[in-house]
Write a protein of this length. Structure first.
Length: 393
């Protein structure tokens, strides 16, 4: 009677081994499951085949190609010195594998896509017969890496800017440094610091970069909700605009439209007693997508600017109080000097009167000089006590 082991062996023997087609289908399923594409170029027949992801990666319509294509090495553009085709051409010449990253424009409404590609040459008897390559979509990986690097740079910039806010006493100089730094970090053409004017009806372009000559320091923006700056003040939070032409929350303002602004980020700058100081903005003439961490960076810079403004205002109040104390101290000291001068004059007049009386008595023989000396010693002690009583009474 067969045992369990014999039954297992019998079942295994009846199971058919996967054939080449089954293995190929499993390999294709694995490729389709991940963002990976492979291709093979037979250099003898000049035929190229690829997996299903290759057309999608490169934006080719579905069912446009049947998965094969006749390609000869001379079809590669010779004028390209760098990039994918240049790498393939060099590999054909040197038989050395290549590895690179390249980018392609994404579908409508999406950003560009990045791919990592590599290929190697298959040889027979020292002769290249086939080129095998693979490519995969690394857009998300590069996006995360870029985001980490950008955030680290933004944090470092915020730290340096915070130090400058504590040490720089000239607000205008600090504002100019801020707009230049934001321009470099966010790679935008135009940056503004708008200051709310008395009456709260307009914002003055206090500092900026990338604007036409004569605009900074003179141009004004209305604070109504129809303008982007006014909408930012009303919302009290950062505002991102990808396309000002299609914006439905506000119309924009003359300053932005005259300079061809398309995209940007704005954030309110807090002031004292619940009143905003103004608006910080970064703008670009190109349509681009700003991320949430970009908006957080602009908002953090606006807070640093608000802190610098409040510190400067506090310093000005301290300076005013010190000047007032100096003025009052000077008046008090002048009064003390005047009082001391009057007391000294009265004492001198009294001394002269007493000397005249003593001189008259000595001349009349009413007392002797010796008596005068004793009297003088007694009078000096009395005068000293009288003077002290006069000064401190």
């Amino acid at each position: 009677m067969p045992g369990p082991q014999d039954k297992a062996q019998a079942a295994a023997s009846t199971t058919p081994e996967p054939g080449p087609l089954d293995r190929f289908e499993a390999f294709r399923s694995a490729l389709d499951a991940g963002p990976l594409g492979v291709w093979a170029w037979d250099l003898r027949s000049n035929r190229m085949t690829w997996s299903s992801h290759i057309p999608d990666f490169h934006g080719l319509p579905e069912n446009k190609l049947d998965g094969t294509l006749a390609v000869v090495p001379t079809d590669l553009p010779a004028q390209e010195s760098t990039g994918l085709f240049a790498a393939i051409r060099k590999t054909l010449e040197t038989n050395a594998p290549y590895r690179l990253e390249y980018r392609l424009p994404g579908p409508a409404g999406r950003g560009e896509r990045w791919f990592e590609a590599s290929a190697t040459v298959i040889q027979e008897d020292g002769t290249p017969v086939q080129l095998l390559g693979m490519c995969r979509d690394v857009t998300e990986r590069l996006r995360i890496n870029r985001e980490v690097l950008v955030r680290a740079r933004q944090q470092e910039t915020l730290a340096r800017m915070g130090e400058r806010a504590l040490t720089e006493s000239d607000l205008q100089k600090f504002f100019n440094e801020v707009v230049a730094t934001i321009r470099d970090i966010l790679d935008v053409e135009m940056v503004t610091i708008l200051e709310l004017m008395p009456g709260d009806a307009e914002l003055l372009l206090r500092a900026g970069t990338g604007w036409k000559a004569g605009v900074v320091g003179t141009a004004t923006v209305p604070t109504s909700r129809e303008s982007k700056a006014g909408y930012t003040l009303a919302s009290g939070r950062p505002v991102i605009t990808e396309n000002l032409q299609k914006e439905s929350r506000f119309l924009g303002d003359t300053l932005l439209h005259e300079h061809g602004v398309m995209s940007g980020i704005t954030a309110p700058i807090a002031g004292r007693d619940g009143r905003a100081y103004g608006v910080l903005g970064a703008h670009s003439a190109k349509q681009r997508k700003f991320h949430d961490y970009d908006a957080a960076f602009v908002a953090a810079v606006a807070n640093v600017v608000a802190g610098a403004i409040q510190r400067r205002q506090l310093d000005q109040r301290h300076e005013l109080m010190i000047r007032e104390l100096r003025h009052r101290s000077g008046n008090l000291f002048s009064q003390l000097l005047a009082l001391f001068s009057q007391t000294a004059k009265k004492f001198a007049q009294r001394e002269r009167s007493r000397d005249q009386v003593r001189g008259a008595r000595i001349g009349a023989g009413q007392c002797t000089p010796a008596h005068y000396g004793r009297g003088l010693e007694i009078d000096v002690a009395q005068r000293a006590s009288q003077y002290a009583a006069c000064c401190f009474s």
